[in-house]
Design a protein around this ligand. Structure first.
Ligand code: BYC
Length: 312
């Protein structure tokens, strides 16, 4: 690194401009991006599983078509993010290898089971809702390919959140058993969705540096509070009770008090001891092995096409 390169990098950040793949960047900046972006990509791909579980059992053809489209969108998000991460010089193969070897994380939220149809509503409303609040600021992340991928992803996540809300609304307008099923799903997903934002600011080792690099724009607690404040009027409209008796908003609709989050549960899930960690990785590994022939065929085809004379 020359002082000039570092000065140019600092200047770009100072001007709130984008860093592009051709630009020089410090190794630690590259490493942080690879960590966050590849984790984000893995979350999208592992995140297909809890909902994939319901595609064949959706209660109508229309619900099945919508759910299938949503799960396909998540595959697409994973692919944009793997491609964006590849611009930093790491291959998708290496990222997948790290996931399967347990060296890379994915969001804690996808280690919870989906026993009822109402879970599809709760995932859309709470999990996609949390993802939007977390990801809209990432549309302004300093790394160009990440920020641009986020713009499209956030548009699709907004649709996902609306469909989750609409599933819950239908259930809440249904029979007492359906209302109970919707409330039960929200009771189970509410606290884990708050954990998606990461540990409290004073226990978040990466936040300060990521904010200095304009990757993260806000701390974990601020985004978590914004999310809760957004949920309160929506829960009222649904007729659903958020399972936090200590939750209070002020006159402006900002959170002033909320109950304690069980961080020991979050740590257990991160250590691999959540209800579905083993199942999620096993399923991903199996899918990867089952797809080996596709990768081999695509590689053989690419090899042939790079020697046109041999094809002729
Ligand atoms: N789960 O210093 P911190 C979706 C880790 S999927 C697991 O605050 P950072 C969807 C963290 O990685 C979209 N690990 O970290 C798909 C770090 O460990 P390492 C998911 C977590 O990076 C299908 C340590 O804890 N969204 O939308 O500054 C269906 C300390 O944390 C979690 C993203 O991936 C967690 N929840 O901030 C429906 C967003 N939280 O890496 C929906 C992109 C923290 O040092 N990522 N950790 O070993 C981010 O915005 C940030 O990485 C985080 C964490 C806010 C998550």
């Amino acid at each position: 690194m020359t002082t000039r390169e570092q000065a140019r990098f600092d200047e770009l950040l100072e001007a709130d401009s984008r860093i592009e793949p051709r630009d020089w960047m410090p190794d630690a900046y590259r490493k942080t991006l690879v960590r966050q972006m590849s984790q984000h990509a893995h979350s999208e791909i592992i995140g297909m599983q809890p909902e994939g579980n319901w595609i064949a059992r959706a209660p109508s053809l229309k619900r099945k078509a919508i759910l299938m489209a949503k799960v396909q969108d998540e595959a697409g998000h994973g692919l944009y993010l793997y491609s964006a991460t590849a611009t930093l010089g790491t291959t998708r193969d290496a990222m997948t290898g790290a996931l399967l070897e347990g060296k890379a994380r994915y969001s804690s939220i996808f280690n919870y089971p989906t026993p009822t149809w109402a879970d599809m509503g709760a995932i859309g409303w709470l999990v996609d809702g949390a993802a939007i609040v977390n990801q809209v600021p990432l549309c302004r992340a300093s790394y160009g390919p990440y920020a641009r991928a986020m713009v499209r992803i956030c548009k699709e996540e907004s649709f996902h959140q609306r469909q989750g809300f609409e599933i819950l609304l239908s259930l809440m307008n249904g029979t007492p058993a359906q209302r109970e099923m919707a409330q039960d799903a929200v009771d189970r997903w509410y606290w884990p969705s708050l954990m998606m934002f990461g540990p409290p600011d004073d226990e978040s080792p990466n936040s300060a540096q990521s904010m200095a690099w304009n990757i993260k724009r806000f701390g974990n607690d601020e985004l978590r509070n914004r999310f809760v404040a957004m949920l309160v009027p929506q829960a009222e409209a649904l007729g659903i009770t958020l399972p936090d008796p200590e939750l209070r908003l002020d006159g402006d609709g900002s959170v002033v008090a909320m109950g304690p989050i069980d961080w020991s549960e979050f740590e257990a899930v991160l250590k691999g001891n959540g209800p579905c960690n083993a199942q999620r990785i096993q399923h991903r590994r199996q899918a990867h092995e089952d797809g080996a022939w596709v990768r081999e065929a695509a590689a053989a085809y690419a090899e042939r096409m790079s020697h046109p004379k041999a094809v002729a």
